[in-house]
Design a protein around this ligand. Sequence first.
Ligand SMILES: Nc1ncnc2c1ncn2[C@@H]1O[C@H](COP(=O)(O)OP(=O)(O)OP(=O)(O)O)[C@@H](O)[C@H]1O
Ligand SMILES: [Mg+2]
Length: 276
Amino acid sequence: MRDVASRSAPTDGSRELTPSEHLPALLRVEDVSISFGGIKAVDQVSFTLDRGCCGIIGPNGAGKTTLLDALAGVLVPRAGRILLDGQDLTRRSSAWRAQHGIRRTFQRHQAFGWLTVEENLLVACEWRGRGWRILADLLAARSSRRRREAHLERIEHVLELCGLLSVRDQRAATLPIGQVRLMEFARAIVDEPRLLLLDEPTSGLGPADTERLGSVVSELTSKGECAAILVEHDLDFVVGLCDRLMVLTSGQVLTSGDPAEVCRDPRVVSAYIGKA
Ligand SMILES: Nc1ncnc2c1ncn2[C@@H]1O[C@H](COP(=O)(O)OP(=O)(O)OP(=O)(O)O)[C@@H](O)[C@H]1O
Ligand SMILES: [Mg+2]
């Protein structure tokens, strides 16, 4: 993650820009504000993200989920812009964003309970560019065999990564909450996203599954396959996983930077952590 200011620093000609500096950031958030009636849930938030994992922490009601909703296209900001690869997507639908590689998980899981774990992932794979007709297609089992086989291979790999192979044929509604959350995470990564938005993904997970999820996110983001924004209350998990940490309070960015340094910031200790 970079501060917007660092992107716009003037160049004096003494140094040539590297190729990545010529390219627009993967994600650029400019002065985004979202209100609910009189509540400023997100207030002039700006940041950029190119690669790696950016953690977002903050007290309850700080605006973390609202910000993810704006990035995912669930909410349209009252002011500001959101750009992906330099393209303004502020008013694009969530379907368009998903087709362009933005995938998310939800604070309250949203699984297709009547489908099996494997079918939940198949929906995500086959959905791209085809709208919700895929649900009808899935039930009618009329997709092309070759495409289906490629998808099933990818699904098998992701189920293994997420420790879900043993429950692949179980209906999602019958699973304990930890496995449903892992399945939702698997569904978000199965179609190889470019930007992954994770809203409290470890809630409901035991220590082993939390570690597993962390290592999958770390593998995806360190290989540069995708960048991630991770909203979390589990500080140890965030600090261990993220390259950058942003603290939101009352909808505003209190500070951002190196996770360990941010956690030592007295303003962060008093606003969020509560102890040194
Ligand atoms: N749909 C809504 N209608 C009205 N107010 C809302 C709505 N969604 C969120 N808010 C308000 O916006 C503010 C930010 O909420 P948000 O859910 O983004 O916080 P959060 O940081 O995700 O909190 P938590 O850690 O509890 O998940 C809160 O004051 C919340 O009450
Ligand atoms: Mg939230």
